[in-house]
Ligand binder design. Sequence first.
Ligand code: GLU
Length: 303
Amino acid sequence: MRQSRIIAGLGLAAAALLTLTACNSGTPGGSPTGESTGDGAEEGTWFTVAEDVQLEGSPTFDAITDRGSVKVGVKEDQPGLGYLDPTTGDRTGFDVDIARWIAASLGYDEDKIEFTAIPSANREQAILNGDIDYYVGTYSITDKRKEQISFAGPYFITGQGLLVGADSDIASVDDLEGKNVCSATGSTSIQRIKDEHPEASTTEFDTYSQCVEQLKNGQVDAVTTDEAILIGYAAQDPDNLKVVGDVFSEERYGVGLTKGDTALQEYINTMFTDGGDIWQAIFDKNLGPAGVEGEQPEVDPVS
Ligand code: GLU
């Protein structure tokens, strides 16, 4: 898997005028300046909200401006990536912070973001319907999806892996003969098992957390999806779950956008390209602790 690190350093001259707040503890975003809003901002103000943003030619940005708020699609059952804590109501994760970063660069603070959890199978339709302005949630850039929507990014690259019980005899994707493998409807993960591993049977749910429950109950033998997602589940229950084998695909995460909104696509890509330090801080806070590895990829040309 080839990834290239974008030069670290803040491109303050760029459209997205963002700075990461200072932090005493070394934890990104640990600024004492912010107060808890109960929705993920408990560690302080991560991003400076841009002012007087001009974005010509973006129908999405026009709709956001008219509405005065941002509607974002996310996942909320994927620890480390997109997670809603049922007790505190806090949203955390790499994808959620990427979504916040985009909102801030468009001029919108946390209290002007409306998050909606949308499962894998419903993402394109939600964007087509205009239910959300953009989607950030382990959303692989694929040619098929690009027929209906556009993507900014990629902003992260991972690959498909396997999660099994701690005492499972499955060690890699080569051990799936006669096994029942669970994944989410509408994902690249379930499709790849169907296409490339007919020796396995499959079980589908809307979400990966449902699959993890089935695995813990012994109803399925393995859960398959992106390794970055699986590592988050394993980190929550290391006594009972483990990630095994090498990754067997390349999943390039993009921000789902209305098809043809190249102005917004370009704006977000510039934000990624110029915001290497912010990207790194978001990664280190959310994915680093669980042992996910990765570097910021170069964005695709706008098309
Ligand atoms: N990244 C893969 C996909 O977009 C699997 C994860 C997911 O379903 O969000 O299909």
